[in-house]
Design a protein around this ligand. Structure first.
Ligand SMILES: [Zn+2]
Length: 53
């Protein structure tokens, strides 16, 4: 499981840290698959709804 994987938007490095080890910029969570049957990512879907409003 990579549910806590995060990614640096600047250089695309995958990390578990909240800041990139390379460029020290804040990382963003990797988007989970939309077809996930688990409600574990329900909060992500709510965020997506806000973004696409
Ligand atoms: Zn970086």
């Amino acid at each position: 499981m990579f549910g806590r994987m995060r990614r640096c938007p600047q250089d695309g490095n995958y990390t578990l840290s909240f800041r990139c080890k390379v460029c020290q910029s804040p990382t963003v969570p990797v988007h989970p698959p939309r077809f996930s049957p688990q409600d574990r990512y329900g909060r992500y879907r709510r965020q997506m709804r806000l973004w696409t409003r």
